[in-house]
Design a protein around this ligand. Structure first.
Ligand SMILES: Nc1ccn([C@@H]2O[C@@H]3COP(=O)(O)O[C@H]3[C@H]2O)c(=O)n1
Ligand SMILES: [Zn+2]
Ligand SMILES: [Zn+2]
Length: 245
């Protein structure tokens, strides 16, 4: 079976017309959630899906549109099924995820005092390929986003690049396509304004055609409808649509 991709949302952090840019990889017998933002539980509900059908969550970085739904995921799963979700993330993110993000809401003296009390934590090393199921493998690439804060993009099945949130890295993208067999790129895209912490549409439009033709744009703002037909051979990922990966 071909692995399917369904975006829970394709919006930027503060978009109101799109859910947070979080993704479902749907295999035969294994489902991976990539990031779990503030709106992820509502997006799952709208799709008629449950966290109970998710085998693992993979976190790319610690912004709220990527981790803000983890508290509800952990508590609802525990109360409904008693199960702890498998949580995969770069080892460098494990401590800050608990200490800077989740401890406030989840800490309970004597009951929940560490991330391991609510998740099966699986720290990942960057630049290492992990086979998660017979159909899904992932490896993390550390990419630039916010100076001083770790953030990771993903290679899926060693042939699909998933940017998460990053600033423009033309040499990386060109090299992945021309030297490492990358056939598809899902890329965050800031449609307007200077690219301080995200890659801009103008930057992606500057790429050669053989790269642009493989790019689908995600993590975009509410102004997206104004840019349809104006994205230089790339296309927009639409939330909730089911794609072949
Ligand atoms: N130095 C920063 C840090 C954050 N931000 C905004 O906050 C958002 C957090 O989620 P995001 O999707 O990474 O997008 C970030 C910027 O909009 C920003 O604009 N500049
Ligand atoms: Zn984001
Ligand atoms: Zn971010």
């Amino acid at each position: 079976m071909t692995v399917k991709l369904q975006m829970l949302g394709t919006g930027s952090a503060f978009a109101k017309n799109y859910f947070n840019n979080n993704a479902l990889l749907l295999g035969s017998g294994y489902n991976l959630l990539i990031d779990c933002g503030i709106t992820a539980p509502l997006a799952m509900h709208e799709l008629g899906r449950s966290f109970e059908e998710i085998d693992a969550v993979l976190i790319t970085h610690l912004h709220a549109d990527h981790v803000g739904g983890l508290e509800e995921l952990a508590l609802s799963l525990k109360h409904k099924t008693g199960r702890k979700m498998t949580l995969m993330l770069a080892e460098a993110l494990v401590d800050p995820l608990w200490e800077h993000t989740l401890m406030g809401g989840l800490y309970q003296e004597g009951i929940t005092t560490s991330l391991d009390d609510v998740f099966h934590v699986r720290p990942l090393h960057p630049d290492t390929n992990y086979s998660l199921s017979p159909e899904i493998s992932v490896h993390l690439l550390r990419t630039p986003h916010i100076p001083g804060k770790d953030s990771y993009s993903l290679m899926l099945n060693e042939e699909v690049f998933y940017s998460a949130d990053m600033t423009f890295e033309p040499e990386l993208l060109t090299g992945l396509v021309r030297n490492r067999g990358c056939r598809k790129i899902y890329h965050d895209c800031q449609l307007e304004g200077p690219g301080v912490v995200h890659t801009t549409l103008d930057e992606l439009k500057s790429l050669p055609e053989d790269i642009r033709s493989r790019i689908s744009l995600m993590h975009y703002g509410d102004e997206k409808p104004d840019y349809i037909g104006r994205i230089a051979g790339m296309d927009f990922l639409e939330q909730h649509v089911i794609y072949d990966l």
